[in-house]
Write a protein that binds this ligand. Sequence first.
Ligand SMILES: C[S@@+](CC[C@H](N)C(=O)[O-])C[C@H]1O[C@@H](n2cnc3c(N)ncnc32)[C@H](O)[C@@H]1O
Length: 277
Amino acid sequence: MAVGALADSRTRRPSPRSAGRAPRPVGVVTRGTTGINRLRRSDRWLVHHEGVQRALCDAADPLVVDLGYGARPNTTFELAQRLATVRPDRRVVGLEIDPERVVPARDGVSFACGGFELAGLRPVLVRAFNVLRQYPENAVADAWATMRERLAPGGLILEGTCDELGRRCAWVLLDAERPRTLTLAWDPFTVSTPSDVAPRLPKALIHHNVPGEPVHALLQAADRAWAWAAPHAVYGPRARWHAALERLHADGLPVTVPRRRMRDCVLTVPWEIVAPR
Ligand SMILES: C[S@@+](CC[C@H](N)C(=O)[O-])C[C@H]1O[C@@H](n2cnc3c(N)ncnc32)[C@H](O)[C@@H]1O
């Protein structure tokens, strides 16, 4: 089912009559749950990601869209502040499909009504967190395609999900062509095994965490490596996860082994490793 086919009295669809005017928001209004600093792990990852840095620094217009910021725009301001360390002149626009949640511009961040069509903007970076979670799985492909078509050259999309306090997070990084990577990130001190992130997998994967599917195999392998790395626990959970990542890499899994010291436990793999069968 396409995004525009979601049956809901609050569904908004593009209309041929809107040609020449601002496009009608594509998508549906969902719960506006959000929280201060909830998206800190993906923000940290974004500012250190070489591809994101390159996209922002090379952009003629460093426009960033935070799509679906929810009942309050706290996470949009946080994103704007953190991305300023990469590109001080970045412009951030928060888009919400619910017009009642659109707030006045403040601290250099502006807000508008918009959906997956991105309100006619051409951003170099889109962050859509906890937006698709409340959609059916078969809405994902259209939503991704609609956003990808609107990217500026070299643009990227971060689409993900997390729990209420942002302790368990997962996101997909996409470019104009296709999904590139899946990343899982979790709090080293409150999450006991990598597979505890499973309930927060992005909508494209969450229904595929069953035996025989690649994402299930990845979580099992991560749990095995975590168990293997148990002797490293004396150095703390971050050191233990680093050892587990090196184990996964030595076993032939194309995981990213970070060179910098990490605050979070992070697992990044190419999308092909987890793409549903
Ligand atoms: C759960 S909140 C997420 C808030 C924030 N991003 C976070 O993660 O804390 C989801 C928000 O996305 C909005 N939303 C849903 N579909 C959307 C779409 N297609 N375009 C823009 N906003 C959308 C909903 O109205 C809701 O306010």
